[in-house]
Ligand binder design. Structure first.
Ligand code: NOJ
Length: 548
């Protein structure tokens, strides 16, 4: 049988820079991360996705790479990375790294050489235009922060393309030499033991614009994903590509291509509709969104998330829907919104720290069809610092204890890479790992338990799934079946108690066992099974093999 390890994985996203400072200089590092591997294995996560840790001018949180083969000296050395990789493996934890090759930093030697010597081979590593292109404002990714997608370079009297910030020059993926470089980068990190890559900005990566024909794609862009996947699988059979693709359900199947391309895609569609459903306390948008997702092959898998390191983008929703979410979770547009489409807050403050509602949401994350991805600090319900710029409010250092700087670093507070949250309800003095480990009712303890259960019931990650009909709009219910074993999860998105009935026709004659309590709940009634749910309640149920 294929070892599709990612189907029952629990992925945890770490920014090394803000996770744990091991050498006391105010910046998180691999030394510190290594010290926290026991914590992570205690939490039960099985795979760490490392955000970019490569040398970088750091103008976009490391997504502006200037050397693909090394570690930013602020975070450690390549030796420290290898030590981390070895220890992670000892803990049974796999590693995914970010592959940021849609663009490089303008400080990358390739770009710098192109500027100094347009005759060099590096000129064609990028996309140039002698005239100012007509569409310079089209396709801007960071509205309000970015003015154009082309910038003039007087040194060479030409414009270069950049989908993102002007310091992130787009690579010319149609150039075979660039493709070779990308393979070399992948090969390098695979040799160092990583289990795959998060593909940054995948739809842009495959735009395949040619330097001399900027507006027409050179080829079928998806063939490039085939190439990436072939290379990956030849080098390491169990390695995966997890792509950032925020597209509509119609666009998504080409990225999977029945399992021959990306193994995993982030489920932006599910995420945005989850937020809408939570805001409305009505499960309908969530059910509809999951029903709209295209079917995926045995190999393919959704990567579900609640909140990632960027803005919580709502770009696939209508203005009215965005307004509903804003009213519920981010009422102050001035400080809480960014790029006209998303929220800068962390998730816990969006819910006013309501523990039961947080559990409800993370219960959904852990059971929704696909693999859960947890952003560091979510397991504690960490807060945000809205005084910080751009997307930084949700990127403050991990809160380990009530010690100074939240135990993140022993450096003076003014030397920290980003300030820790030290005031208010989300201050490290209240919200931290140590405190929550000692509190049996904490979100952290609940999360450990829920993660363990999720892994014990692989039907959630592997199974054939379907959403279930209920007669109550606030109830989301779905059923997963794998190798004859069936689990059902039921969630009440409303604060109000409810009585709902579920249609469980396929499971007639069986009974339900509650996974959190181990108790046999009830025999399944036909034609519809009644269930009482408290406000924001959730149930994970196994359909027992025998009759009730
Ligand atoms: C997506 C990343 O998640 C984001 O943080 C970054 O700014 C852009 N890609 C550009 O690399």
């Amino acid at each position: 049988m294929l070892d599709l390890w990612y189907k029952n994985a629990v992925i945890y996203c770490v920014d090394v820079e803000t996770y744990m400072d091991g050498n006391g200089d105010g910046v998180g590092d691999f030394l510190g991360l290594n010290q926290r591997l026991d914590y992570l294995s205690g939490l039960g996560i099985t795979c760490i996705w490392l955000m970019p840790f490569y040398p970088s001018p750091n103008k976009d949180n490391g997504y502006d790479v200037m050397d693909y083969y090394s570690v930013d000296p602020r975070l450690g050395s390549l030796g420290d990375f290898v030590e981390f990789a070895r220890q992670a493996a000892e803990h049974g934890i796999r590693i995914l790294v970010d592959l940021v090759v849609n663009h490089t930093s303008d400080q990358h030697p390739w770009f710098q050489t192109a500027l100094k010597d347009p005759e060099s081979k590096y000129w064609n590593y990028y996309l140039w235009s002698k005239q100012e292109p007509e569409d310079v404002e089209e396709g801007i990714i960071f509205p309000g922060r970015q003015d154009s997608t082309w910038t003039y370079q007087p040194e060479v009297d030409a414009y270069y393309a950049h989908r993102f910030y002007d310091h992130q020059a787009d690579l010319n993926i149609t150039n075979p030499q660039v493709r070779e470089e990308i393979q070399k980068i992948m090969g390098f990190w695979l040799e160092l033991g990583v289990s795959g890559f998060r593909i940054d900005a995948a739809p842009h990566l495959i735009e395949l614009r040619q330097a001399d024909n900027l507006f027409e794609p050179a080829d079928d862009p998806f063939l490039y994903i085939d190439e990436l996947r072939d290379f990956l699988s030849w080098r390491r059979g169990d390695a995966i590509l997890l792509a950032e693709v925020n597209e509509t359900p119609e666009e998504l199947p080409q990225y999977f291509d029945d399992g021959d391309r990306m193994q995993m895609l982030f489920n932006f569609w599910g995420n945005q509709h989850l937020l809408l459903a939570l805001a409305r306390e009505d499960a309908t948008p969530l059910k509809q969104a999951f029903d709209e997702l295209p079917p995926v092959s045995t190999i393919g898998q959704w990567a579900n998330f609640v909140r990632n390191h960027d803005e919580l983008t709502l770009d696939k929703l209508s203005d009215d829907q965005q307004n509903e979410i804003a009213a519920a979770f981010a009422p102050d547009r001035e400080t809480m919104w960014i790029f006209d489409r998303g929220i800068r807050r962390r998730f816990a403050p969006m819910l006013d720290g309501d523990l039961q509602r947080l559990k409800l949401t993370y219960s959904l994350l852990l059971t929704l069809p696909g693999t859960p991805v947890i952003n560091y600090g979510e397991e504690l319900g960490m807060g945000d610092d809205l005084t910080l710029d751009e997307r930084q409010p949700a990127r403050t250092p991990m809160q380990w204890s009530a010690a100074p700087n939240g135990g993140f670093s022993t450096a003076p507070a003014d030397q920290l890479v980003l300030p820790v949250i030290s005031e208010g309800d989300y201050s490290y003095k209240q919200v931290n790992v140590t405190a929550q480990q000692c509190d049996p009712h904490s979100l952290l303890n609940w999360m450990e338990r829920a993660v363990r259960l999720r892994k014990e019931y692989p039907a959630f990650g592997w199974g054939q799934w379907q959403t279930l009909q209920t007669d109550h709009p606030s109830v989301f219910a779905h059923r997963c079946e794998w190798q004859g074993r069936v689990v059902i999860a039921v969630h009440n998105l409303s604060r109000a108690d409810c009585k709902a009935t579920l249609v469980l026709a396929e499971d007639a004659g069986r009974c339900l066992v509650d996974l959190f309590t181990g108790k046999r709940v009830e025999a399944i009634e036909q034609p519809s099974h009644p269930m009482h749910l408290a406000g924001y309640d959730y149930r994970w149920l196994q359909v027992s093999q025998g009759a009730g």
